[in-house]
Design a protein around this ligand. Structure first.
Ligand code: ATP
Length: 235
């Protein structure tokens, strides 16, 4: 579904991605793990068109999407949940969800998907008239994921969804990611520093160090790998 070939992305003279290759098949959850500053967010920003790559190629379902602007990426069904959530603090939960569906015209489908996300996160249903900015960090993460689902993503890009959440919420968010993948058949690209949870959630994983992919394997194998265990799982 998504193929990244020899991608190089810069911020001015700083090379953040040094020729990376990543492949994501339809229906998979694929994770990208790595330390702070490894280039994980830049990878997502390169896909979503926010930081256009300098060279290399990104294809989505066979179509070259390299360097395409974000407003052309979203209608293809590639929807990003940015790090730090970025919900609309002054809009209510329902209004935030409506914003996620702004390109859609199928009112019945929108209603069905709103019911689906309220069913995933009952706390959002209870607080549907409350302003987004009054929610806790965990609830804002739930809202950010829900808003992305309202866009009916084919490929959901998640940037550190567990960041700053209490352990019980971290578990909930990863359970929900698996549920969305299974029930909605949404393909997921999950960027995480929480390697343990990410590798237990995804099917396939990539390890990134200073702008390079250093390992790629099934998550089952990565969880058994001595280097991964030492560097990322603290075992
Ligand atoms: P984190 O987990 O901290 O978000 P990351 O793996 O997502 O880390 P990136 O944010 O992609 O890493 O950063 C990759 C490199 O690019 C780092 O060296 C970072 O300092 C640099 N970088 C990121 N954003 C910018 C920017 N706007 N301008 C200049 N350099 C940047």
């Amino acid at each position: 579904m998504l193929k990244i070939e020899n991608l190089k992305t810069y911020y001015g003279n700083i090379q953040a991605l040094k020729g990376i290759n990543i492949e994501i098949s339809e229906g998979e959850i694929v994770t990208l793990i790595g330390a702070n500053g490894a280039g994980k967010t830049t990878t997502l920003m390169s896909i979503s068109g926010v930081v256009p790559p300098r060279s290399g190629k990104i294809s989505f379902n066979g179509k070259d999407i390299t360097g395409i602007a974000p407003d052309a990426i979203v209608p293809l069904g590639i929807i990003q949940v940015p790090e730090g959530r970025r919900i609309f603090p002054d809009l209510t939960i329902t209004e935030n969800l409506d914003m996620g569906a702004f390109l859609r015209k199928d009112d019945a489908g929108i209603k069905r998907d709103m019911d689906y996300v309220f069913n995933l996160f009952p706390i959002l249903a209870e607080r549907r008239s409350q302003r987004g900015g009054t929610l806790s960090g965990g609830e804002q993460q739930m809202l950010a994921i829900s808003r992305a689902l309202m866009a009916k993503p084919k490929l959901l890009l998640l940037d550190e969804p567990s960041l700053g959440l209490a352990p019980i919420l971290v578990q909930l968010i990863f359970d929900i990611i698996k549920k969305i993948n299974k029930e909605q058949k949404t393909t997921v690209f999950l960027v995480e520093q929480n390697a343990n949870m990410a590798l237990k959630t995804a099917h396939k994983g990539y390890v990134m160090e200073t702008g390079r992919i250093t390992m790629a394997d099934t998550c089952a194998n990565l969880l058994k790998n001595d280097e991964v265990r030492k560097a990322y799982l603290g075992i």
